[in-house]
Design a protein around this ligand. Structure first.
Ligand SMILES: CC(=O)CC(=O)SCCNC(=O)CCNC(=O)[C@H](O)C(C)(C)COP(=O)(O)OP(=O)(O)OC[C@H]1O[C@@H](n2cnc3c(N)ncnc32)[C@H](O)[C@@H]1OP(=O)(O)O
Ligand SMILES: NC(=O)C1=CN([C@@H]2O[C@H](COP(=O)(O)OP(=O)(O)OC[C@H]3O[C@@H](n4cnc5c(N)ncnc54)[C@H](OP(=O)(O)O)[C@@H]3O)[C@@H](O)[C@H]2O)C=CC1
Length: 290
């Protein structure tokens, strides 16, 4: 029975997952490396709740109740009560493997460990834990409070009881599940990220400007966001990691990450979260950088 949920990583996904779990009545503990990161994360969640109150999606009383269920710290031992831990740290296999070593040493033996990875092999990540049978992918979409879908991915060793518990947990958050096999980037990102990468190639080859490409896909294909705006929203570091996983894992040149994407990441222009990507977010309105 899942009552206490632990989250690793107070970034955009970790905070979104904490948000929806608290609304559903779970006690949530968010762990990140620095206390400042945790504080910023809690402030972001509070801000998102406040927006929901002002748009009438939630009452002030519900906001207070949900917020009271969320705690955070930079001490990994605070995850020891968790029945389910969802790791939502940076999309980097080395980082995630290191986290599993630390988390497993404090987790209850019966606790389930899940990853929100966008692309990495669940079976390979499971091998870095002490509980491959109680490990799987629970892949939320961004922004978590708004997006209805969660992909569930089993590794080779995932037990049926683990899968059933994850399925019930996701259903309790009022989300719809889709089940994907453990292949690079699963379903959503296998299809979405090559489209985003192609948009970056379209920019790189001078076929259109940032504005032209995003306008074309918003008004010409009815996408809610242009692909470059969406790339900035996801985070360009995450987009690049996913393309690298597709390229390495499927060994097909059609997944070659666009050199312009590599350049933006090398510049530290990671999109919205760093203030600049295909758009510059530092002013009143986002301004295209090309
Ligand atoms: C990379 C991966 O591994 C997988 C992925 O997640 S891929 C990314 C998947 N996500 C997408 O494709 C998102 C595409 N974009 C959209 O659907 C929409 O642009 C959007 C939902 C993000 C915003 O919609 P919009 O109508 O343009 O904006 P807006 O009216 O401001 O927002 C709609 C609602 O979403 C909420 N919202 C927007 N961004 C939010 C955020 N970051 N956190 C919480 N809530 C948010 C708003 O508060 C608003 O809620 P209310 O109706 O209660 O006010
Ligand atoms: N962005 C998206 O649209 C989606 C992302 N995902 C996946 O979710 C995960 C998180 O992504 P996202 O939230 O966007 O990334 P962010 O960069 O917003 O957040 C990652 C967080 O993890 C923290 N972190 C890094 N290393 C550690 C560690 N060793 N221990 C604890 N925390 C750590 C980071 O801290 P610091 O900044 O200090 O390094 C940061 O706070 C990734 O696996 C990503 O692929 C899944 C669905 C959608």
């Amino acid at each position: 029975m899942i009552k206490n949920v632990g989250i690793v990583g107070a970034g955009q996904m970790g905070c979104g997952i904490a948000h929806v779990a608290a609304v559903a009545g779970y006690k949530v503990h968010i762990y990140d490396l620095s206390p400042e990161r945790v504080e910023t994360g809690l402030a972001t969640i509070n801000g998102n709740f406040a927006r929901q109150v002002s748009s009438g999606k939630m009452t002030e009383d519900e906001r207070k109740k949900a917020m009271a269920l969320i705690k955070g710290s930079a001490d990994i031992n605070d995850l020891s009560d968790a029945d389910l831990v969802i790791e939502a740290a940076t999309e980097d296999e080395t980082v995630k493997r290191k986290i599993y070593g630390q988390v497993c040493s404090v987790l209850k033996p019966e606790a389930i460990l899940a990853t929100n990875t966008s692309s990495l092999s669940i079976t390979r990540l499971a091998s870095a834990t002490d509980r491959p049978e109680r490990f799987m992918g629970i892949h939320f979409m961004n922004p978590v409070p708004v997006m209805k879908l969660v992909e569930l991915v089993r590794g080779i060793a995932t037990e049926e009881g683990t899968f059933a518990a994850a399925k019930a947990f996701v259903a309790s958050l009022d989300k719809t599940i889709t089940v994907a096999e453990d292949f690079p980037a699963f379903i959503v990102n296998r299809i979405l990220l090559p489209m985003i990468n192609e948009a970056i190639y379209t920019l790189y080859e001078g076929v259109g400007s940032v504005d032209a490409i995003d306008t074309a896909m918003r008004l010409g294909a009815n996408h809610p966001m242009g692909p470059l705006q969406l790339a900035d929203f996801i985070g360009l570091d995450t987009c690049l990691s996913i393309m690298q996983v597709l390229h390495d894992g499927l060994a097909d040149s059609k997944y070659r990450p666009c050199p312009l994407l590599v350049k933006y990441v090398e510049a530290g222009w990671l999109g919205r979260k760093s203030g600049r990507g295909f758009y510059d977010y530092r002013g009143e309105v986002p301004v295209p950088t090309r």
